[in-house]
Design a protein around this ligand. Structure first.
Ligand SMILES: [Cu+2]
Length: 133
């Protein structure tokens, strides 16, 4: 009985660990769930291009680069109605931005919340791209 429990726990851990680090899993619809770790620094986003397929359910796990969380960087994608401030630097508890990629095209990701940070309107222009194929 104890062996069976340990085996079940191991299977669960292995199954859950498949959900992090840019891997994909099938969702109920025909699209996949895409987990995208994203770091925001003063100089830009990393990665600078996020590519998903139309119909994918996207979970961007955003963190501010170390030492930058007080600048109120964020993730804004106008066409998807996303405008999120990212104040965490901890990859273990990122700001998760979820949406269904139901519109194909190339969309600008920019920092719409920076005006609230200490640089105000002087904040460097940082941009990335969301490509929905
Ligand atoms: Cu910013």
């Amino acid at each position: 009985m104890a062996k069976l429990s340990i085996a079940l726990i191991l299977i669960t851990v292995i199954a859950l660990s498949g959900c992090v680090g840019g891997t994909t899993e099938k969702s109920a619809s025909d699209g996949s769930v895409k987990i995208i770790p994203l770091a925001i620094a003063h100089t830009g986003y990393s990665p600078s291009t996020i590519t998903v397929n139309k119909g994918d359910y996207v979970k961007i796990q955003a963190v501010a680069a170390v030492g930058t969380s007080t600048h109120a960087h964020g993730v804004t994608i106008d066409e998807y109605g996303i405008n999120k401030k990212v104040t965490t630097e901890d990859p273990a508890s990122p700001e998760v931005i979820e949406f269904l990629a139901d519109k194909a095209g190339t969309f600008k990701i920019y920092c719409g919340t920076c005006k609230e940070g200490i640089f105000g309107a002087e904040h460097p222009k940082i941009e990335a791209k969301l490509v929905v194929k």
